[in-house]
Design a protein around this ligand. Structure first.
Ligand code: OOG
Ligand code: MG
Length: 253
């Protein structure tokens, strides 16, 4: 099948909240081709008026790699339609089988247009926050290969961020947790994310610039989940906490 057609199927699966068969069960695609499909499916969103507002990293923690059986870092694109205000309601009918995961978000203080290292990365951070990412694979049974999930914009579906804290706030070695209805269902440490979430920002810079992209000032970067993800049900309140960064939540209806 042509890449445009696959991009259309993935986009429609997201719009209709109806899963499709994994691409890799039908045809082999390379990782580069998977990123090309991702980009084509995002073009469909931009044509509908959505705007890109950032980037997400995936499989930056062992917990996530083990849960999904995939072992390489991936990246996807965030749009304004995916953003939910802290405390707002997520309508489960709009999704196929959504899962939540606790993350750290970075907001850029200047365009991200160069490779970074641990000492320069902090100069690019305007603010940091605890975040919840909602992932919703467009594939049946939430099953995919690395190429499948990349083509599917890395399961990106929605996200919310807590109160933004100054860029200098510590992000390493923070206790993190995901709570459902006030009970901890996943707990971990921010260092589960590549040994230090700053490494995710460094990876984002490498991946974006390597792809010839500059992320504008104000862009949001989700560093990847610190723990495994948890399925959501209507009626639940899902919350993420990170030591020193506070808390963020969504009501699921
Ligand atoms: C892919 C997205 C992974 C993360 O934070 O590791 C991801 C998936 O698990 O469906 O967002
Ligand atoms: Mg994630």
């Amino acid at each position: 099948m042509k890449f445009n057609k696959i991009a259309q199927q993935l986009d429609e699966a997201a719009c209709k909240a109806e899963p499709i068969r994994q691409i890799s069960l039908e045809q082999a695609i390379s990782l580069d081709e998977a990123y090309a499909i991702q980009s084509l499916s995002l073009c469909r969103r931009y044509q509908r008026g959505e705007n890109r507002i950032g980037m997400k990293l995936g499989f930056t923690s062992r917990a996530k790699m083990e849960q999904m059986g995939v072992h390489d870092m991936i990246w996807g694109r965030l749009t304004d339609r995916m953003f939910y205000q802290n405390g707002s309601t997520l309508h489960i009918d709009r999704y196929i089988h959504p899962r939540a995961e606790p993350e750290i978000a970075f907001r850029l203080s200047r365009p991200l247009d160069q490779p970074l290292n641990l000492s320069t990365a902090t100069q690019f951070i305007d603010a940091v926050a605890v975040a919840i990412e909602i992932i919703d694979s467009r594939y049946e049974n939430f099953k995919f290969s690395l190429e499948d999930v990349v083509a599917d914009n890395c399961s990106s579906a929605a996200y919310t961020v807590g109160e933004w804290k100054p860029g200098g706030a510590a992000v390493a070695d923070l206790a993190m947790a995901l709570l459902i209805d006030g009970k901890v269902v996943q707990s971990g440490n921010s260092n589960a994310i590549l040994g230090n979430p700053l490494e995710s920002l460094i990876a984002a810079a490498r991946l974006a610039t390597g792809n010839g992209e500059t992320l504008p000032e104000g862009s949001v970067i989700l560093a990847g989940a610190a723990t495994a993800a948890v399925y959501l049900k209507a009626g639940q309140r899902v919350e993420a906490r990170a030591e020193g960064l506070g808390s963020v939540h969504l009501q699921v209806s």
